[in-house]
Design a protein around this ligand. Sequence first.
Ligand code: CTP
Ligand code: MG
Length: 230
Amino acid sequence: MKKKNIDAILLAAGKGERAGGNYKQFVHVHQKPLIFYSLEKIVRISCLRNIIVVVPLQKINFAKKIIYERFKDPRIHIIPGGATRRISSYIALSCSEKKGNTDFIVFHEAARPLITTTMVYSVIKEAMRCGAAITGIPAIDTVAKVKDMFITSIPDRKKMFYVYLPQCFRFSWIIKAHRDKKNKILELENAENTELLVNMGKRIKIVNFYPNFKFTYSPDIKVISAFFKK
Ligand code: CTP
Ligand code: MG
């Protein structure tokens, strides 16, 4: 079988507003920028052709300096992202497209430093089998559907999963999903890649991994620090 071209995208172009707006991807955890935790794992995946890191335009020189100083890996390309996570994803997908003949794309986000190489290999393996695979866990909390801060319904928790990253998709599926008319509506301007694919009728396999904590609010950094405590 012909070797597959697999690229990775590391989303790190947010502002971190819910964590105080201080570009949480570069916040130090045990003397190391948060983004390094993900990159250290991703560079170990030898089957990756390119590693595209999307950072805020305002931080591009800083990001290039610290990342290229620490990682001498020629597969790493640092590019500016966009106003939303969806736009950053699309910019990175277009970058991979220009490299030519990408078969599969791995997505990860810098806000989730607990990524492991096993997680990445697992989603790649499953995506090769069925086209799309993500990490996730069964919902721990009851999830409520709300309108104006009042609950309108409670979906059956047994059928709910939290959607995490890393994720891996067949490249042709995800780029088509971003460009499809169905997904070009206002309500979907902040949509997750999985939502765009589901709207295209694609089946996405969930691989169950725990923990996969995300740095969202300021106090989360304490939890993340504890995970990496020596
Ligand atoms: N992200 C991105 N481009 C954006 C917005 C987010 O690449 N325009 C990335 C973030 O850098 C982060 C990941 O997507 O690694 C998850 O998003 P989130 O936790 O929402 O991070 P931020 O958007 O930075 O935080 P906030 O929403 O609180 O501003
Ligand atoms: Mg955000």
